[in-house]
Design a protein around this ligand. Structure first.
Ligand code: KPL
Length: 300
């Protein structure tokens, strides 16, 4: 399958590199990473070893492929959609944090699939990414139910050795992932602790309450996920990725913009619309926004 991976950061490079073991893959990212891949290929180390040679471009405009995977930071979704709108794809699938798919749907004609990836990835140096945890990919129709394109995408991932579930309950899974991100990302960034410590340490009550609030928002949106299920998912992911630092913790440590709006902003917009109280998510969002403002890196 011809696959374009838009957003060759750590996760995009890892997933794109794994897919390149079986497919014709084009990565779109930034120099010097793209230049290094063009010169010497992409090396994957850590829990997976591979050396592959995908195409590596700095501009994804006017391309075509069967599948475009969007793996940019959530705040770059609109830019990704603008570039992808100039190309031709049968399906576009997001593997991002936050509820970004609606923005892709608004800007693009092809079918937009929802996806999640639980792989751990760390950017090592230009041309090399480290797999810090072998996970799985889940893809499915954004609105839920069966989808033949999701089936084809799942089969393509499986053929490249990526364990993939084709799910018919993506609405529930998206909110479950949002609950996990709400529980781990903000608390880990604010306390500068690893994922495991967000639930095992003193931040645990905050993390669990944030996840419960997201489940409440989901129910108000008609998506059936109870608080205990959201907390169980949070505890599972925190345990599975215990030594890792969340993407938001890494962003804050590096002085970079965070995905606060795609995670907490999205949850709070929906909470406000449905008149659901989400005080913990609101507090976390305020603190992260304050940190961004103080560092002059607020996007909006
Ligand atoms: O998605 C993640 C992130 O870091 O953004 C989690 C699930 C917290 C894994 O680290």
């Amino acid at each position: 399958m011809e696959i374009l991976v838009y957003g060759a950061g750590a996760l995009g490079s890892l997933v794109g590199g794994l897919l390149a073991r079986a497919h014709d893959v084009t990565l779109v990212g930034r120099d010097p990473h793209m230049r290094a891949i063009r010169e010497d290929g992409l090396r994957i180390d850590g829990e997976v070893d591979a050396h592959v040679r995908p195409r590596a471009l700095t501009d994804g405009a006017h391309r075509s492929a069967a599948l475009a995977l969007v793996t940019t930071k959530a705040y770059d979704t609109d830019a990704a959609a603008t570039a992808l709108a100039t190309g031709e794809y049968e399906a576009v699938c997001s593997l991002q944090n936050g509820l970004t798919e609606e923005r892709l749907v608004a800007a693009l004609d092809p079918v937009v699939l929802a996806g999640t990836a639980s792989y751990g990835a760390r950017f090592a140096e230009p041309g090399r990414v480290t797999c810090t945890g072998v996970g799985e990919v889940v893809v499915g129709a954004l609105a839920g139910g069966p989808d033949p394109l999701a089936g084809r995408v799942g089969a393509a991932f499986d053929a490249a050795g990526i364990e993939t579930t084709v799910a018919e309950d993506m609405p529930r899974r998206r909110y479950e992932k949002l609950a996990v991100n709400a529980g781990i990302n903000g608390p880990s960034a604010l306390a500068r602790v690893s994922n495991g410590a967000t639930v095992t340490g003193p931040a645990g009550a905050v993390a669990r309450e944030a996840a419960r609030e997201v489940a409440r928002v989901a129910r108000a949106e008609g998506v059936d996920i109870d608080g205990d299920t959201a907390v169980a998912a949070l505890e599972r992911v925190a345990a599975d990725t215990a030594p890792n630092r969340s993407s938001m913790c890494e962003d804050v440590a590096a002085g970079r913009r965070t995905e606060v709006e795609a995670i907490y902003g999205a949850a709070l917009d929906r909470a406000d619309r449905a008149d659901v109280a989400a005080p913990t998510c609101r507090t976390i969002a305020s603190l992260i926004r304050a940190w961004e403002a103080d560092h002059g890196i607020r996007g909006s």
